[in-house]
Design a protein around this ligand. Structure first.
Ligand SMILES: Cc1cc2nc3c(=O)[nH]c(=O)nc-3n(C[C@H](O)[C@H](O)[C@H](O)COP(=O)(O)OP(=O)(O)OC[C@H]3O[C@@H](n4cnc5c(N)ncnc54)[C@H](O)[C@@H]3O)c2cc1C
Length: 504
C-alpha cells in the first residue's frame, strides 16, 4: 500500500451513530464503485445516548432519500423547534435558542436592529415574541410549514428528537440493503505500513484480517485507529469546558411530548430533557472537579418528571478534538474525532459535516496532502466556533451558588469569542463567518438570553418613523399568532404522521 494506491475498499471501524451514518452516506453515493465494510463489536456496544439534533440533519436524511415520517416512526421520533435554556443566566431566567429566523428583514437591516430601536423607545416586547419557532414551541404546535402565511418569511425550521440507537439500526438496514458488508467482531490489532505508516489492515479477535485503502475510525471515545494506532494528538479544552461526565436515565413520558429540548442549569453543570414518543430522555452533564458522581446522580433522579425506566448510566469524557481529523489514510468521525458536551446538540451534526467534507475530498488514487490539510483546516474551524458558542452560555452567567459558575465567569475565554461579544455589545452587530455552524440569529439569542444588551443599534433603523416601526412589529406579531393558532398540536401531528407502532 502506497500513498498512490487506487481506493477500492473503505473499512469503517465502529457501528454507532457515526459508523452507520458514514456507511449509509458512502453507499448512497459510491454503491458499485467502492466496496464498504463495517466492523463492529456487539460485546463492546455503543454510547447509546444522543437524542437531540439540529435542523441540518434534514439535509442528511434528504440526501439519502429517507422518508421522514418513516424514520420518525421507526426511531420513536418527535419534532424539535429549539432548545430552552432554564436558569442559565440566573435562577428563574428562561430563554430559547429557537431555530429559524426572528422577525423579518426590512431593507438591508437584520430585524434585531429595529427591535433594539423599539426597546430604546419604550416598547417592552421580547425578541422571541417575533420568533415563529418559539411561539409554536411554547404553544406545543407543529406542522410542516414552508412559509409564514402569505409572507416571504420562512415557516417552521425543525430538527428531530429520536432514539439514536434506533436511528443507527435504521441506517444499518439502509446500508446493508445497498451492499455494505457488516462484520461482527472485536478489533484487537492494527497493521501499519512500515514505510508510510498508513493503515493496511485491522485484525479481529477471531483471527480474521480486514484490509482496505481508506479507514474510517468510528470506534467512539477510544479512537482505536486515530488515537491508539496513529497516535494523533488531542487538543484538550477542559479549561474552558470543564464538564467531563454525564449521568443519563430515561423516564416514563408524562403528558404530551413538547417540541423542544430543555437544558436546565445545575450547580456544577446542567440537565437535559428530551421528549420522545415512548419515553423522556434525561441526563445530567457535570464537572467532576466540582461535584461527586453520587451527588450528580441524585440531582438527576430528583429532577425527573416521570418514573425512571432504567438504572442511571455514567459516561466519562474529555472535551476537545483530535489535532488531525484526517491522518494518513484514516478519517475519524463521531466520538473518535473529539467531543463537546451536547448543550447545543452538535455531535451528530459534526458527524454529518465530516461525512460531507469527506465526500467533497474523497480520494480516488492515493492521498493528496494538500486536500487532507484542507479537510482538517475546515473541521478545526467548525469545531472551534462551536466550542466558543458553548463557552458563551457558561461565561455570561450571574449565578451566585458555588465555585463552578463563578469560575466560568472569571476564567479567560478565547480571544475570538471576546471579539464577538464586544462587537455585539457596541451596536448589536454579528457576523457569521466561513463554514461556521451557528447563524447570526443563534448568536443573537444566546448573547441576549445570557444578558448582553447592546448599547446601540444600526443607524439605518432610524430611517423608519415610530408609526412605521409599530406597524411593522405589530404586523409580524399578528401574523405569527394567527398562523400558530392554525397549527395542529405537536402530539396530534405525531399521531397522524409518524406514530411508532413498535413499543421499542
Ligand atoms: C452524554 C452524551 C450525550 C449526548 N447527547 C447527544 C445529543 O443530544 N445530540 C447529539 O447530536 N449527540 C449527542 N451525543 C453524541 C452522540 O451520542 C455521539 O456523537 C454519537 O452517538 C456517535 O457515537 P459514535 O458512533 O462515535 O461512538 P459509539 O456510539 O461509542 O460507537 C462506537 C462503535 O465502535 C465499536 N467499537 C469500539 N471498539 C471496538 C473494537 N475494538 N472492535 C470493534 N468495534 C469496536 C463499538 O462496538 C461501537 O459500535 C451525546 C454523547 C454523550 C456522551
Amino acid at each position: 500500500m502506497t500513498e498512490k494506491t487506487l481506493i477500492r475498499k473503505v473499512v469503517i471501524v465502529g457501528g454507532g451513530t457515526a459508523g452507520w451514518m458514514t456507511a449509509a452516506a458512502l453507499t448512497r453515493f459510491f454503491e458499485g464503485l467502492i466496496e464498504i465494510e463495517l466492523v463492529e463489536s456487539d460485546e463492546i456496544g455503543t454510547v447509546g445516548v444522543g437524542e437531540a439534533t439540529i435542523p441540518q440533519i434534514r439535509l442528511y436524511t434528504g440526501l439519502l432519500g429517507i422518508d421522514e415520517n418513516e424514520m420518525l416512526r421507526r426511531t420513536q421520533g418527535t419534532i424539535k423547534l429549539g432548545i430552552q435554556f432554564r436558569d442559565w443566566r440566573r435562577p428563574g431566567d428562561v430563554y430559547m435558542h429557537a431555530f429559524g429566523g426572528i422577525g423579518g428583514k426590512l431593507g438591508m437591516l437584520d430585524f434585531h436592529h429595529y427591535w433594539l430601536k423599539a426597546r430604546k423607545e419604550g416598547r417592552t416586547d421580547g425578541l422571541w415574541d417575533y420568533s415563529l419557532n418559539e411561539t409554536a414551541a411554547l404553544a406545543g404546535r407543529f406542522d410542516r410549514l414552508e412559509r409564514l402565511g402569505d409572507t416571504p418569511m420562512a415557516g417552521l425550521i425543525y430538527a428531530y428528537h429520536f432514539d439514536a440507537s434506533l436511528f443507527s439500526r435504521f441506517l444499518r438496514e439502509f446500508s446493508e440493503e445497498r451492499g455494505v458488508r457488516r462484520t461482527e467482531g472485536r478489533v484487537v490489532d492494527v497493521q501499519l505500513n512500515g514505510k508510510s505508516g498508513f493503515i493496511e489492515s485491522v485484525s479481529l479477535a477471531s483471527g480474521e484480517r480486514i484490509e482496505g485503502e481508506l479507514f474510517i475510525d468510528c470506534s467512539g471515545f477510544r479512537g482505536l485507529l486515530i488515537k491508539e494506532a496513529l497516535e494523533t494528538g488531542f487538543d484538550d479544552w477542559s479549561l474552558w469546558l470543564p464538564c467531563d461526565r454525564a449521568v443519563s436515565v430515561p423516564c416514563a413520558a408524562i403528558g404530551a411530548p413538547i417540541p423542544y429540548t430543555q437544558a436546565t442549569a445545575r450547580p456544577a453543570g446542567w440537565q437535559w430533557r428530551i421528549p420522545l414518543q415512548h419515553r423522556t430522555g434525561n441526563g445530567h452533564v457535570y464537572a467532576s472537579h466540582y461535584m461527586s458522581d453520587d451527588e450528580a446522580a441524585s440531582i438527576l433522579m430528583n429532577n425527573l418528571d416521570g418514573e425512571a425506566t432504567a438504572e442511571p448510566r455514567l459516561l466519562k469524557f474529555t472535551t476537545g478534538r483530535r489535532k488531525k481529523f484526517w491522518n494518513k489514510n484514516c478519517v475519524a468521525l463521531g466520538l473518535a474525532s473529539g467531543f463537546m458536551e451536547p448543550l447545543e446538540s452538535t455531535s451528530i451534526h459534526l458527524i454529518q459535516t465530516g461525512i460531507s467534507r469527506l465526500l467533497e475530498y474523497f480520494p480516488r488514487r492515493g492521498f493528496e496532502q494538500v486536500e487532507i490539510d484542507e479537510y482538517n483546516r475546515r473541521c478545526i474551524y467548525e469545531f472551534e466556533r462551536i466550542r466558543d458558542f458553548l463557552i458563551l452560555h457558561y461565561h455570561l452567567n450571574e449565578r451566585t451558588e458555588g465555585d463552578f459558575w463563578s469560575d466560568r465567569r472569571h476564567l479567560p475565554i478565547p480571544a475570538e469569542l471576546h471579539r464577538r461579544m464586544d462587537l455585539f455589545r457596541a451596536n448589536g452587530r454579528i457576523h457569521r463567518e466561513f463554514d461556521e455552524l451557528f447563524t447570526e440569529v443563534a448568536w443573537l439569542q444566546v448573547m441576549l438570553g445570557q444578558g448582553i444588551t447592546p448599547a446601540g443599534y444600526h443607524p439605518l433603523a432610524d430611517r423608519v418613523t415610530a408609526d412605521q416601526l409599530n406597524g411593522f412589529l405589530g404586523n409580524i406579531r399578528r401574523i405569527i399568532a394567527t398562523e400558530v393558532n392554525k397549527l395542529p398540536t405537536h402530539s396530534d401531528w405525531v399521531n397522524q404522521h409518524c406514530a411508532a407502532t413498535d413499543p421499542a
